[in-house]
Design a protein around this ligand. Sequence first.
Ligand code: NAI
Length: 337
Amino acid sequence: MAHKVTLIPGDGIGPEVTNATVRILEATGIKFEWETFAVGAEAFKKSGEYISKELIESVERTRCGLKGPVTTPVGEGFPSINVALRKKFELYANFRPIRNLPHIPTRYPDVDLIIVRENTEGLYSGLEHEVVPGVVESLKIITEKASTRIAKFAFEYARKNQRKKIHCIHKANIMKLSDGLFLRSTRAVAKNYPEITYGEHIVDNTCMQLVMNPYQYDMLVMENLYGDILSDLCAAFVGGLGFVPSANLGDGCAIFEAVHGSAPDIAGKNLANPTALLRSALLMVRHLGEHAASTQIRNALERVYRHPQKLTRDIGGQSGTSEFADAVIEEMQSPSA
Ligand code: NAI
């Protein structure tokens, strides 16, 4: 039976990395039925809507999406499609594993960190207004319900996956009420998981601590904006934004996408590294129960990374996005695989 998946190629480098990823997924022989939709400015041109009713109905049906990045206009224009989808489907947990791929020279080898980011509130609530000309207010929403829910997600994951340590990242010294509530909610959940070491660090100190010694952390749980910023920082440990996958998880619904954005500086040039979206797709394939296929792709990907000339330019190689995908597929089909 084919897996029905809602596919959102996005814009910028989105269609290039999505096309590469879909080709690799299909080379496993698993059958997918893709329901493909445009979003954002492209969708608006065609239908007058940034997110179509048909797309919403598709996700309600498939409960599973694979999404390329989507451009959000800076300082004007329509609100983020990414944030809207996360809210619409209550995808409250943004799960971002930060792991090195073998053979990629990075400043720190063997990094194995997990960022768990609250995905539905904080400053991403998009509640901004002008109080008087020259003065705006942006509301940071933190609720006990959502804070407890994300903390439980992190601790449950740690328990099931033998992770040892969770740090709650906050700025409760300044935002005593909002981050204070997030912190107290996480602390309360932590008490039910005595086997997991629990710590608390202030977000600015965490940036410095991470750069000095990323190995001191195991899992980090935090509100929305800190998760966004620390994810990019941590991407640098494993080779950059071309490498870090993410899963937006809710109860019975999930959308998988890379951490990176639409990279307008390299869009349409066959330069993007599709590894981050491919690794996100591997999370999806495991979510769909196809563990053998996930291992097959991961092994092929790791073998391709042994050959510097087969890599994309962000990591010092010579290949384009599509040639990189060809190399992964070739490895999957090689008799020695
Ligand atoms: P970005 O992640 O698109 O790019 C930052 C830098 O990393 C650029 O130099 C880019 O060339 C490089 N880069 C990113 N992905 C890469 C890849 N796969 N391979 C090689 N190099 C890669 O961040 P930026 O420029 O801040 O955002 C551009 C747009 O993307 C904005 O409109 C932003 O709102 C949107 N965005 C969308 C996201 C999503 O759809 N989930 C997430 C983050 C940003």
